[in-house]
Design a protein around this ligand. Sequence first.
Ligand code: C2E
Ligand code: MG
Ligand code: MG
Ligand code: MG
Length: 286
Amino acid sequence: EAKAAGRNGFRSYSPDMPACSTGCISLENALRGAIERDELELHYQPQVDLKGRRVLGVEALLRWRHPERGLVPPMQFIPAAEESGLIIGLGEWVVRSAFAQLRAWLDAGLPPLRMSVNISALQFRQPGFAAFLEGQLALHRLPAGCIELELTESVLMKNLEEVLRTLTDIKALGVRLAIDDFGTGFSSLGYLRRFPIDRLKIDQSFVRDIDTTPVNESIARAIMALADSLSLEIVAEGIEREAEADVLQRLNCQQGQGYLFSRPVLADGFTAWWQASMRDDLAFNS
Ligand code: C2E
Ligand code: MG
Ligand code: MG
Ligand code: MG
């Protein structure tokens, strides 16, 4: 039991873990009050155009600021939240908070940017999910086109007709749709034809050392070609080094995200980073 505990004392999820092993139950109980105790935080990571390094959008990434265990990364609690259904409440909190933050940035007079939000399978399949989004867009007075939902291939794989209906409802609102971790899901490529997807995120496992790993370059190149022929936008995630950004640009990938530009940071940290990067732009252009 102790051996299986991760750095934060929570057992990390593994596929063979029983849905309600003791570890899972205690994590679930702890998580249950996290929203009420105000322990959840969103961190924001910019998405930039690789050429000019201008900010195009941000991805909201969930963290749990646990009083004793410190900042807990999402992979240590999202799987348990999925299994217990708590992800519904958590996911709604994420949407509300990210939308409110974007509204605050617009009200503060910062140039318009796009907000990307990760959506879990269960949340996506929740009846009324599209209506919930519509309500939140209206509540925060946001143009739908500045919101993008990031879905993994696993979300899109089961119950195709139902998935297609939900995607179509969301798309009808004007909200953008992206496939996260693209290339890791082993799903049929046929769904790309049928689903109203706006862009693909090249998974970081293919970006890692792309400058020295020819097979990663080949895979990225193939994803680029696929996106190009289907008129999908592309963003590469997990860019840590200039050499990786260089190769991606050479492959004609125009957008990127990763530690090279900024780690995910709290809203205030992002605002400061952004203002500094705009000042650099002005200095550079004058
Ligand atoms: P993701 O959506 O693919 O997010 C990218 C992950 O890569 C994030 O990890 C981010 O911090 C990390 N990352 C970004 N740039 C770099 C880089 O240059 N190098 C490396 N090594 N990593 C980088 P994070 O924040 O731990 O999130 C992990 C996953 O948890 C996310 O993967 C997403 O699937 C899930 N997640 C995060 N927030 C939410 C949420 O609000 N709702 C749901 N359902 N899932 C979420
Ligand atoms: Mg994502
Ligand atoms: Mg990803
Ligand atoms: Mg991921």
